[in-house]
Design a protein around this ligand. Sequence first.
Ligand code: PAF
Length: 278
Amino acid sequence: MKPKLINSIEEMFAIRKHLTGVIGFVPTMGFLHEGHLSLVREAKKQTDIVIVSIFVNPTQFSANEDLSEYPRNIERDIELLTDLEVDHIFFPTDEQMYPEDYKTWVDVDKITQVLCGRSRPTHFRGVTTIVTKLMNIIDPDIMFMGEKDFQQLVVLRQMAKDLNFRTKIVGCSIVREKDGLALSSRNKYLSPDGRKKALCLNKSLLLAQKLFSGNVVSSNKIISHMTDLIEDNEGIIDYIEVLEPKTLEHIPELISGCRIALAVVVENTRLIDNIKIV
Ligand code: PAF
């Protein structure tokens, strides 16, 4: 059956009122790829009714970022979600989500200022604000998010805890191409040569795991080996950090269960990736 397409907040409220069972929610900015679809499949497994939102959220882009060029293909997105038997697709307009007199922001302290927050200082405020609004409108039991945006997942978990949202947040594993490249809507900006170079993100994370398995634990040492690999592939490093996964604090020595996260610019495209060290 075709999903119900809902493009007004009032209609979403009205429909939600009558939904029963466990409600699963996957927030997206559209231009869906296998990473998003894996979240939808997980939502289908764990819940009775699945709602997917498609909204390219302007407030999480800064003035010098790629909002107008952000890839969109709503017809294809609807087809893909129809194949997966999603129940409802919510795609509100900018004017509905941010009317002219809009004034309210949700801001999570500290953990939004590190990692991606350093080069994108207003990004997470946009994410937490839109996700709060979507969660208020949809009131899901479970929300499904990808671990590729690891900082986003940690920030949203903190926000949900601090603001007493009843929604449970489930993090789903990163989906990769066969050669290891993490799926991202931004991969489409890469030339064939850039795509090859972009493999350095995943390769450097696997190198870190290999070094740790061989008993190298110093974060600095591991970051230095990762840096060499990335720079040999002409990647420009924004950050590489070894992190405590709940607080996102930098840790000087790797331990099992820590995360390594990185952001690297390849051919003007900023890519992110991360690994859980085991
Ligand atoms: O991860 C994304 O696609 C976006 O940041 C989200 C969570 C849909 C909010 O706009």
